[in-house]
Design a binder for this molecule. Structure first.
Ligand SMILES: Nc1ncnc2c1ncn2[C@@H]1O[C@H](COP(=O)(O)OP(=O)(O)OP(=O)(O)O)[C@@H](O)[C@H]1O
Ligand code: SF4
Ligand SMILES: [Mg+2]
Length: 340
């Protein structure tokens, strides 16, 4: 694993068996994550996008070992520089790694226990890991609240006393408690108003700079991804379709699925200030139990031909180190969006 890499996901798979009848006969499987490989560099924000059901959350869950892989490996560089394959660790070994990897959840309402005070909510990871005395934990919680822009004297309040944006900040404070190096944010700000979401994104960026954090940022919102991510991975039906630096991918996508997602992002009309009409993505995402043959995107792809219907394209490295899973990535001249 390269020195500048924090996480290396290698040929990771997560297949969920599907059973039917009283005999519980397996009739198929959902390939939520299917042969996914990508690296996340130290200190970067890696954005993961794709329509609902494409496998984004499943990847985060594999990285944090909320799910066990069906195959492949996930290498993580620890604070002391050593590299571990987290898929091979037992529960005891994983407990230690959990200090270094945290998750911020989508719904700030349901992810915080309403019967716990901020002291207990934010301090819980410290207590679980035997971090210090009650007085030290109280001081640390007050410090963490300060870091996320909440008043330290709020420690004895309950979550219902806070707005959605503030609750998200409580979740961020909790995630920071044990000084992690990696945070996965799964649709972390999707439930918030645009202005509140923007404030929390700015907070996350400040914290990233301050503590050298590495983020996996999962979202449906391509505008958000463009704003926050250094590099982006585009997922479709459990597979990565394209990976590359954000600005390059947005101005010049290499995969027809990326082009289609970008066409649905509202754009300023070059002749005026109105927003250009969104072009909806053609057709429905395929049934995850019944992934199309050849290129999984072929039923919706305007460039598909006979080869696409029968041959599965590999994720290939192209000029400039960008990756795309399309037979014709070099030949197609795809349209992106103007740099913003
Ligand atoms: N525990 C599970 N058991 C069975 N199938 C699952 C499970 N978790 C996820 N799946 C399936 O795996 C696929 C990927 O789901 P996942 O939640 O990772 O997608 P996602 O990209 O995060 O979607 P969304 O944008 O809606 O959050 C879906 O088809 C989903 O139904
Ligand atoms: S491989 Fe074929 S169907 Fe798939 S994205 Fe490329 S052109 Fe479209
Ligand atoms: Mg999800």
């Amino acid at each position: 694993m390269a020195d500048d890499t924090l996480l290396s996901i290698r040929e990771a798979r997560k297949h969920f068996p599907i059973y039917k009848g009283w005999m519980r006969k397996q009739i198929g499987s959902i390939k939520a994550v299917d042969d996914i490989s990508f690296d996340i560099k130290k200190g970067e924000t890696f954005g993961l996008v794709g329509e609902s059901g494409s496998g984004k959350s499943s990847i985060a869950r594999l990285i944090l070992r909320a799910y066990d892989v069906s195959g492949g490996s996930i290498l993580f560089r620890r604070g002391d520089g050593s590299v571990v394959d987290i898929t091979a660790l037992n529960d005891f070994e994983m407990r230690d790694i959990r200090r270094e990897m945290q998750m911020i959840f989508q719904d700030p309402y349901s992810s915080l226990n309403p019967r716990m005070r901020l002291l207990d909510l934010v301090g819980e990871p410290l207590v679980i890991h035997g971090w210090g005395t009650p007085a030290e934990i109280r001081d640390r919680v007050a410090e963490l609240l300060g870091l996320v822009g909440l008043r330290p004297e709020y420690v004895m309040r309950y979550p219902h006393a806070f707005s959605g944006g503030q609750r998200q900040r409580i979740g961020i404070a909790r995630a920071l408690a044990l000084n992690p190096s990696f945070i996965a944010a799964d649709e972390a700000v999707s439930a918030l108003d645009v202005s509140v979401a923007a404030q929390n994104i700015n907070l996350m960026q400040d914290l990233q700079e301050k503590f050298g954090l590495t983020y996996l940022f999962i979202t449906h919102d391509l505008g958000m991804v463009e704003h926050i991510s250094d590099r982006v991975g585009v997922m479709y039906l459990g597979r990565l379709m394209e990976v590359g630096p954000t600005a390059e991918m947005f101005t010049k996508p290499l995969h027809p699925y990326t082009e289609a997602l970008l066409a649905a992002v509202p754009q300023p009309d070059p002749r005026g200030n109105r927003l250009r009409k969104r072009v909806p993505l053609k057709g429905e995402i395929a049934d995850a139990m019944n992934v199309p043959t050849g290129c999984a995107f072929h039923p919706r792809c305007p460039y598909a031909d006979q080869t696409c219907r029968t041959e599965v394209p590999a994720l290939r490295t192209l000029a400039g180190g960008r990756l795309a899973r399309c037979h014709y990535a070099e030949k197609l001249d795809l349209t992106g969006v103007a740099a913003s």
